[in-house]
Every structure is written in structure tokens, then in C-alpha cells.
Design a protein around this ligand. Structure first.
Ligand SMILES: *Cc1c(COP(=O)(O)O)cnc(C)c1O
Length: 388
């Protein structure tokens, strides 16, 4: 492939055509593959030859999706998993063992929090949390047994940002793996590996599918690191189904145009909200009032589709606002064509204590919006009437 523009790769990188000369890649529903002879079978199992053996390992649809995601993000290789959490679990389980320690951003996806707090300690893996806006916590959080730095930027739902080039330098100095959950940005808006990260992880469930239909996860990195991932994943079985890979690869064909519109709409909503008097605070990476605005401008193409704002009047005001929305869906998901509103304190982050919530920037009146692809006038009209 000689074209290397994002949109062109997203559309033109395709699995090889079959003798039917199909224009759009078909779905390969097959659990296993046939060998020409016993010698081919032996060579494939001995890794002396490339080819499909069994769909827990690889399938033409998952291979196409992985190759495309790697090309879009500037990674050498990748692996596809059933969900975003399976991608995060697989990455932790591959590179961490008894006695190891992870330095993670405090504000991580709820289930990632559960993995670090309640699941990995059973296997002797410890953690320390650091705040994205406090560099000294990252420097001081590295222990002798630290193996990995894990970070989500922009964070969920606080929309804080960290300088990935700075963090990659810190990780290199201490010989640590830098793993970035790049779900909010997608490869179109942010490419952590080009900024020095070792591994980039996506929940493809969000903007990559973009239509709220399916679950999926992707891990991207160097060929050597992905060999290690493969060594764990082939045998532990978190594989993505061929159907989901087929769907997600087609979704990537429209990622750039969808993200452009998500970002354009979100920027207008952020500006609209910032001017209102019942609103205490609006967090959106490309609003000049964002505390890490300069970093956002440096490492992101645009601000993304997610906005978090704080309404005056706490839980009651937040609930009243949510209940008045007519078009926005109340849902915990994000990255859909449909605009969505969530109240993190009583949903995604209800398991945290009030103090823990404040530490990750969630107030009682915080509302997270995932701005969809409806007409901007209708999005603003719904927000306007719900606020009035
Ligand atoms: C949704 C999400 C995940 C988990 O993805 P699933 O596909 O739901 O397993 C991980 N990280 C972030 C930032 C997410 O938003």
C-alpha cells in the first residue's frame, strides 16, 4: 500500500480478495482451517510458516482489523480481543507477575480500577495512583518493582490530560512499559506510540464501532511486545469474534469523517455550556480554559466527542437536567452516533466513596456528555430546554 493518508488506509487496507473478486471483504465464519497436507500442518504449528490454524489465534477478519488499526496508529503489530477490558486484562496479565507494581493514572475506567484494586492484588501485583496534572506524583510513584505505567488521557470522566511525550521519557529512563488507554481519542485524534508509548489499547466498543452495536478491544505495539501478548492470548482465549472484527473494520472506513463531526459538534456544545450561568465548570480539551489546553493542542488533532460539566445544585439539579432531556439518551455508553448523557456519581462511579470521586474530578453535579452526530441545532436545542 503506497498511500499513507489516514482516510485512505482506513478504506483501502483490506484482506486479500478471494476468487469471487468481492469488492467489500466478506465475513469468514470458520473456527478452523484446512491444511494442504501433513507437512503444511506441521510447519504451521511449528511457526515455520504464516497462515491460519484456528480462529482463537487468527482469522482473516480479525487479521484485517488488526493490520488496519496498526497502520492507522503507526504500530508494528497488534492483537484483537472480545472487549476493551479483555485487552487491558491481557496486557496486564502478559507483562506483570507476582511482586510487580503498576503506576496508573487515578482516573481510569471503572473496571480497570476494579482490576487494579481487587483482582490483581490476589496475584501479588500492586499499584499506585497518580494524578494527570501532578508530574511529581508520577516521578515519586515509581518504585523499585514498578514494571508498567498505565495511563488514560483524556481521562474519564474528568477530561484531564497528561503530556505523553514527557511521560514516555520518564518511562524510558526507568525502563518501564508505557501503556496508554487511547479509547477516548481513537487513532484519528491521538497516536500514543508515535509520542513514545510502548502499547496503545482501545475499547473498540466506543468510537471505533461508533454506532453502539458491538464490543471489541485492540492492543497495539511493537512486533516483539505483541509476540508476548500472543503467547498469553492464544492460550487464555480472549479472542474477538470474526463477526465483530468484520463490523469494526467496516466502521473504521468512516472513522475520520465521524470523528470530525463528533469533534465539531462537541466544540460547539462546550462553547455553549461555558457561557451559561448555572454551570460551574466545563471540561473539554480544546476549550482555551482547559488547564492542560496547550498539551491537548500539542498531542491531539481535535478535542474529541466527550465533555464533562458541573451543574450548580448537586445531585438534584443533575437529575432534573437529565430527566428534562428529550433527545439525549440516558446511558452509560459513549462514542455513539446518538448523543448520550451520564451522571457518573450515581452510575459509572457510584462504587467510589465521595472522597475518591472528588479525587478523580467527579462532583455531585458532574454530567458527562458524549456528543453524537445529530444536527448541532437539535443537540443545542435539547440542552437549552433542559437547562432552562
Ligand atoms: C469502555 C472503556 C473501556 C472498556 O471497554 P469495553 O469494551 O466496555 O470492555 C476501557 N477504557 C475506557 C476508557 C473505556 O471508555
Amino acid at each position: 500500500m503506497q498511500e499513507d493518508n489516514f482516510e485512505t488506509i482506513a478504506i483501502r487496507l483490506q484482506a486479500e480478495r478471494t476468487h469471487f473478486k468481492e469488492h467489500s471483504v466478506p465475513l469468514y465464519l470458520t473456527s478452523s482451517y484446512k491444511f494442504d497436507d501433513s507437512e503444511e500442518m506441521r510447519a504451521l504449528f511449528a511457526n515455520e510458516k504464516d497462515g491460519n490454524v484456528y480462529s482463537r489465534y487468527a482469522n482473516p477478519n480479525t487479521s484485517e482489523l488488526i493490520e488496519k488499526m496498526a497502520a492507522l496508529e503507526g504500530a508494528e503489530a497488534g492483537w484483537a480481543t472480545a472487549t476493551g477490558m479483555a485487552a487491558i486484562f491481557t496486557t496486564f496479565a502478559t507483562f506483570l507477575g507476582n511482586g510487580d507494581h503498576v503506576l496508573s493514572s487515578r482516573s481510569v475506567f471503572g473496571s480497570t480500577h476494579q482490576l487494579l484494586n481487587n483482582i490483581f492484588p490476589k496475584w501479588g501485583i500492586g499499584y499506585t495512583y497518580a494524578d494527570l496534572d501532578k508530574p511529581e506524583q508520577w516521578i515519586n510513584g515509581i518504585h523499585e518493582n514498578t514494571k508498567m505505567i498505565f495511563v488514560e488521557t483524556p481521562s474519564n470522566p474528568g477530561i484531564d490530560i497528561i503530556d505523553l511525550e514527557w511521560l514516555a521519557k520518564l518511562a524510558k529512563e526507568h525502563n518501564l512499559l508505557l501503556v496508554v488507554d487511547n479509547c477516548f481519542a481513537t487513532p484519528y485524534l491521538q497516536q500514543p506510540i508515535k509520542l513514545g508509548a510502548d502499547i496503545s489499547i482501545h475499547s473498540a466498543t466506543k468510537f471505533i464501532d461508533g454506532q453502539g452495536r458491538t464490543l471489541g478491544g485492540i492492543i497495539l505495539g511493537t512486533a516483539a511486545l505483541m509476540k508476548d501478548i500472543e503467547g498469553f492470548a492464544r492460550h487464555s482465549g480472549p479472542a474477538m469474534s470474526p463477526f465483530n472484527a468484520w463490523l469494526l473494520s467496516k466502521s473504521l472506513e468512516t472513522l475520520a469523517v465521524r470523528m470530525d463531526r463528533h469533534c465539531e459538534n462537541a466544540m460547539k456544545v462546550a462553547e455553549f455550556l461555558e457561557g451559561r450561568n448555572k454551570i460551574k465548570k466545563v471540561m473539554y480539551p480544546f476549550l482555551p480554559s482547559h488547564p492542560q489546553y496547550d498539551i491537548a493542542r500539542k498531542q491531539m488533532r481535535q478535542g474529541g466527542g466527550i465533555i464533562t460539566f458541573v451543574i450548580e445544585g448537586g445531585v438534584e439539579a443533575a437529575a432534573a437536567f437529565m430527566d428534562k432531556l428529550q433527545m439525549f439518551s440516558i446511558s452509560a455508553n459513549l462514542g455513539d452516533t446518538r448523543s448520550i448523557a451520564t451522571h457518573p456519581a450515581t452510575s459509572t462511579h457510584s462504587k467510589l466513596t465521595e472522597e475518591q470521586r472528588l479525587e478523580v474530578g467527579i462532583e455531585q453535579g458532574s454530567i458527562r456528555l458524549s456528543i453524537g452526530l445529530e444536527h448541532i441545532d437539535d443537540i443545542l436545542k435539547d440542552l437549552e430546554q433542559a437547562l432552562s
